[in-house]
Design a protein around this ligand. Structure first.
Ligand code: MRU
Length: 378
């Protein structure tokens, strides 16, 4: 089961084409684009036609297939150089490296004569796995949010107050179906909670500079009939101080063994405000987003720096319906544009994964790692 008719990335078996939703065109235009080559796959990731940690991993897997497709008797050298190029497209999200490692491992022992079809098989398997994983972690998170809703109703009743009308969840960036093949991570939790009958309302951070909250999260929540309100990035603390946020749920691009969470720039400030106001701060992520090789998010995760024009300019639709780009700043303003920040583990209430909720600390994640290792051996 999927959340809509449109997946962020799909393989059309009849025409043997890889198709993606071009996210740079949303919310004003919904356009599918074909990725026909390795160059296309690299550009799609680097230019953010596709984005979000899980989706760039799956796209990279299809990129390997596309690199091998035109080769007669595809060579190992083509495979190696495709993996190297794809891995360099974006530095922060670990899922890219994780997906490429998976593909490389699975192709290591196959006969060269079936390299291309095996690469396609790997990409399709990752595609299916991503959908199932996100649906599962959504259910895990929905269990917790349903408990929060019950607690909110019970607290109001015992205080003799009117029954609450909604559970207010704040999210940052787009950790939705658009950031994965389907369902999303943070937004999967929201979709699954709503499906349980909880009246949920989402505060959507606009998420400057690229505005993935305003353009993507608002679009997909609207498509799926989830009540939501767009806020500027600086509004969250104020809403929390006034009791208007029941919990935060965000995604992650990389989580370290000690539970530090790297996510879109600005996540850290939301976590600080949540902590100060005693509001639970959840991070929803597939286990593929955990980098078990790193112990400290602050010093070890490479933080992507992007073009200053993402900050100095903005794209939108004008009153005549034309999509255009305008400059916000004086000419020659110096801009710095860090794409991600790290939220220290101590600010994270729990990590919501497809295997359940985990505490954001080394003890809990080491136990998970050992469990995964034991399963791989057994
Ligand atoms: O730069 P982006 O748009 O790729 O950043 C995306 C995010 O920060 C998401 O929150 C993260 O990838 C988790 S997505 C399920």
């Amino acid at each position: 089961m999927t959340t809509t008719a449109h997946l962020s990335l799909r393989y059309d078996a009849a025409s043997e084409r890889v198709l993606i939703v071009d996210q740079t065109r949303l919310p004003h235009d919904f356009i599918e684009r074909e990725l026909a080559s390795l160059d296309d796959a690299c550009e799609a990731i680097a230019a953010m036609w596709v984005r979000g940690a899980p989706l760039i991993g799956v796209t990279a897997a299809f990129g390997v297939y596309l690199a091998l497709k035109p080769q007669v008797g595809a060579s190992r050298a083509v495979l190696a150089s495709a993996i190297e190029r794809l891995a360099a497209t974006r530095p922060t999200a670990i899922n890219l490296r994780w997906a490429l490692d998976r593909v490389a491992a699975q192709l290591a022992d196959v006969d060269d004569s079936i390299l291309c079809e095996s690469a396609l098989g790997c990409a399709l398997a990752l595609h299916a796995e991503d959908i199932a994983t996100c649906a599962a972690l959504g259910e895990q998170g929905a269990e917790r949010l349903s408990q929060l809703w019950e607690a909110k109703c019970a607290a109001a009743q015992s205080a003799g107050l009117a029954a609450p009308t909604q559970l207010n969840v704040l999210t940052h960036c787009n950790a939705g179906a658009l950031a994965t093949v389907d369902w999303g991570t943070a937004l999967a939790v929201i979709y699954k909670t709503q499906a349980r009958g909880v009246p949920i309302h989402v505060w959507v951070d606009e998420t400057r500079p690229r505005n993935q909250g305003a353009s993507l999260t608002c679009w997909e929540l609207g498509q799926r009939g989830v009540a939501h309100t767009l806020i500027v990035d600086n509004a969250g603390g104020h809403l929390m101080q006034h009791g208007l946020v029941d919990c935060c749920v965000v995604g992650s691009d990389r989580t370290t063994l000690n539970g530090d969470v790297c996510n879109k720039i600005g996540t850290y400030l939301k976590a600080l405000a949540a902590f100060d106001n005693g509001i639970p701060f959840y991070v929803a992520l597939p286990i593929s987003t955990i980098d078990f090789t790193l112990r400290d998010g602050l010093s070890e995760i490479p933080i992507e720096e992007r073009a200053g024009e993402e900050v100095s300019h903005i794209t939108g639709r004008d009153d005549d319906g034309r999509v255009c780009r305008v400059q916000l700043t004086p000419d020659a303003t110096r801009v710095s544009n860090y794409g991600f920040d790290v939220t220290p583990a101590r600010l994270v209430t729990a990590l919501i994964t497809e295997r359940g909720l985990f505490e954001a600390n080394a003890e809990s994640l080491s136990a998970l790692h050992a469990q995964l290792d034991a399963q791989a051996v057994g």
